[in-house]
Design a protein around this ligand. Sequence first.
Ligand code: C2E
Ligand code: CA
Ligand code: CA
Ligand code: CA
Length: 276
Amino acid sequence: AKRQGRNHYQWYNDALNILMQRRVLLRNELQDAIDHHQLELYYQPLFDRQGKVVSVEALLRWPHPHKGLISPAEFIPLAEETGQIIAISEWVLEQACRDALRLNRQGDCRVAVNLSPLQFYRSNFLHTLEATLARTGLPGTALELELTEGILMNDTQFAIELLRQIRRLGIRVAIDDFGTGFSSLSYLKHLPVDKVKIDRSFIQDLAEGSHDAAITRGIMVMAHQLALEVVAEGVETRHQFELLNGYGCDYYQGFLLARPMTLPALSSFLSENRQR
Ligand code: C2E
Ligand code: CA
Ligand code: CA
Ligand code: CA
């Protein structure tokens, strides 16, 4: 038994070593990608009730030399732990602003950027924002920031004050993945934000009379009473779209309408969308 215990311990140790080696490898590869400017931004359009594109969300992609396109869901958590998220986030903000400037030569289209907690709570975030806008020449009104409930709950007083200053620059703010946090809905009235994005998990199994439908409608009614706009994310079927439309949803994002795409692809998508 003793020998077997030792074997288990040995096995456990080996497995742990392999996991740690993989992490180190991934971290080093990510650093390479950052240093060699290999990260890319894709853009997914958001549509209003008339089917017109009002904004696009910047979504990070890592084209890995052997593994193909790696989703941010896989490397953002790692980058948060290693602190690499800071360099990544600064690049994302700058690139998104530059791309937004180009897009806006074709017609109005706001660009939304996802924020990481580390980025938001860094002491100079407001300054970074102002400096990036000044450097790129993008008006704040063309930029939108997406923050999760988790970020806002971390230090609500600080977050409220910072959001006020951010919105003074003309930048809009959306709460991302809304409904997945455990916070009470009533805190929403204290937050200086413009819109809420109902999390995909509620949209996924949306059906008449379902719990998800009740939650979705509840969020919608409450948000509208607070004069906030509502976005549904992850809209994949016509049926979901029609239900949401019936509930009075303002904006729609999902594979049914458009997938994330490269900037050139987006550019032609937008000119076609405008002609309709
Ligand atoms: P998110 O902010 O909730 O972004 C929406 C995610 O849902 C994106 O995944 C998008 O591709 C996906 N999606 C959109 N429509 C549909 C649909 O109809 N069906 C399904 N199944 N999925 C849909 P993606 O691009 O893999 O990004 C994952 C997460 O990574 C994002 O979730 C966001 O939290 C984070 N992320 C992405 N880009 C950045 C970034 O530049 N900075 C930071 N800090 N986080 C980012
Ligand atoms: Ca988002
Ligand atoms: Ca989201
Ligand atoms: Ca989500």
